[in-house]
Ligand binder design. Structure first.
Ligand code: SF4
Length: 61
């Protein structure tokens, strides 16, 4: 949660590195996710590269 420019109540999960700062689950200045686990999926029928995969736990900040 972002409050007054700093991130409060954020508990980074150091097993899940992430740079998507627009996600509500992101830990701000630390490039980690705050969730215990995430769901990764794909929007492609036959994924062939990393751009084909998505974090399905993403939530708009
Ligand atoms: S939910 Fe996914 S996109 Fe959001 S911070 Fe966690 S790993 Fe990153």
């Amino acid at each position: 949660m972002k409050m007054n420019g700093s991130y409060q109540n954020c508990n980074p999960n150091h097993c899940i590195s992430c740079t998507v700062q627009q996600c509500a689950n992101h830990c701000g200045s630390e490039n980690y996710c705050s969730l215990e686990h995430i769901q990764v999926g794909t929007h492609e029928y036959n994924p062939t590269e990393d751009q084909c995969t998505d974090c399905k736990s993403f939530r708009k900040r």
